[in-house]
Design a protein around this ligand. Structure first.
Ligand code: 57M
Length: 358
């Protein structure tokens, strides 16, 4: 909004020129979202306490009993900080900004309904996995349909390491993109099981995609690095800045011992939007590396279930997702969290290096 109001005034006040740049607006969006989230946090957590939006805890991991009653739905704080800062700093005439907000809020809505139904039913059940899945597929299909209709988005798939080979998947691309969005949303959800475990890797992954989006939206950089040029997506970097700021502001309160959990409203919206950033930047397959931590957490569940069925009752890990395995092995919570954060930095660095390895 600031951008849209201020840019016409640059004729009279040359200082406002600073807001023309995506880079300065991204920094502004990040800083404002971070400060606002930290400032609003205590009031917000207080309201969640008053509304009794506390977390119910499963009894199978003893170390988690002390977390009972920690307010959940802190994802609303992330959504608030991100949206406010995006409205302030982004060019609101850019269609990709609106599509990104649609995905973010759409997946958030499904998580919100799930969180509310868990609280209302007092059995920690939420909506059924099937309803949640159908909701995710619906939001993903609408957003992708809108994107194909209103932008010049191409349905080609970039293959890492092969700059010349980028097959056009046509309609099949939509199916593939739905899998990316829904898969990424659920993978972040599975990872969100220890204090701060999901949010920092989400911020790191967003930083990776902010870089990819900046390059994809800039014809010279895209040509130089031989990646797909997607006109207009550079503006989404401002959203990424807002998301990173709000994420770090949330971590202020989600750091161990957490005063608030993000809830499904947080995990589903964040996971969904990371998938969408990967699609916008046309670096969909790299998400497997950039979001490597989310992938290994999800894989641990898949392997655990498959192994359990195959061996008729034996377990590969003490418990899945993977962070529970290390908890039961006796690692302290903070050790697991920090080590998993370091893993996500390693994955981020590998994914960025792919830009040059082609
Ligand atoms: C949600 N939710 C956390 C919090 C957070 C198929 C199966 C693997 C599904 C999986 C599952 O249900 N995963 C999705 C995981 C929960 O956190 C809430 O949920 C939100 C995210 N959706 O924001 O509101 C608990 O996690 C802890 N937590 C923190 N700090 C945080 O910042 O400590 C969360 C955020 C919170 C809190 O204790 O209550 C969760 O873990 O439930 N199911 C599982 O993960 C279960 N695994 C399992 O059954 N494994 C089996 C098979 C099926 C693979 C096996 O290994 O044999 C575990 N869930 C729990 N305990 N709670 C089992 C042990």
């Amino acid at each position: 909004m600031l951008y849209n109001f201020v840019v016409p005034l640059t004729e009279y006040v040359s200082f406002f020129n600073i807001l023309r740049y995506i880079s300065t607006r991204t920094l502004g969006a990040m800083l404002v979202a971070l400060i606002i989230t930290i400032l609003v946090g205590p009031y917000f957590i207080n309201i969640l306490h008053k509304l009794k939006f506390g977390q119910q805890i499963h009894e199978d991991v003893a170390a988690h009993q002390k977390k009972a009653g920690t307010p959940t739905m802190g994802g609303l704080l992330i959504i608030f900080g991100t949206c406010l800062s995006t409205f302030l700093f982004a060019d609101l005439t850019n269609i990709y900004i609106w599509l990104t907000l649609f995905v973010f809020l759409g997946f958030g809505l499904i998580g919100f309904i799930d969180d509310m139904s868990k609280i209302n039913h007092h059995k920690n059940q939420g909506i059924t996995a099937r309803t949640k899945f159908l909701g995710q597929v619906l939001i993903a299909s609408i957003s992708l349909g809108l994107m194909i209709k209103f932008t010049q988005y191409e349905t080609i798939l970039s293959i890492p390491f092969f700059k010349q080979f980028a097959p056009d998947l046509g309609l099949f691309y939509i199916v593939f993109a739905i899998v990316v969005l829904v898969g990424s949303s659920n993978a972040v959800n599975l990872t969100d099981g220890l204090d701060g475990l999901a949010i920092l890797p989400v911020v790191i992954c967003t930083l990776v995609y902010a870089i990819f989006l900046y390059i994809a939206g800039h014809i010279n950089f895209a040509n130089y690095l031989q990646v797909a040029f997607v006109p207009g997506v550079g503006e989404v970097v401002v959203f990424c800045g807002a998301l990173m700021g709000a994420g770090l502001g949330f971590l202020w309160y989600n750091a161990q011992p957490a005063q608030v959990f993000m809830g499904d409203v947080g995990s589903l919206s964040l996971g969904g939007v990371i998938g969408f950033l990967a699609i916008l930047a046309k670096q969909e397959l790299i998400l497997i590396v950039a979001g490597g931590l989310f992938v290994i957490e999800t894989l641990s569940v898949t392997l655990q279930v498959a192994y359990f069925r195959y061996t008729k009752g034996k377990r590969l890990f003490k418990m899945a997702p993977l962070h529970h395995h290390f908890e039961l092995k006796g690692w302290t919570e903070s050790k697991i969290i920090v080590r998993f954060w370091i893993l996500s930095v390693i994955f981020a660095l590998i994914s960025l290096s792919v830009l040059k390895l082609r």
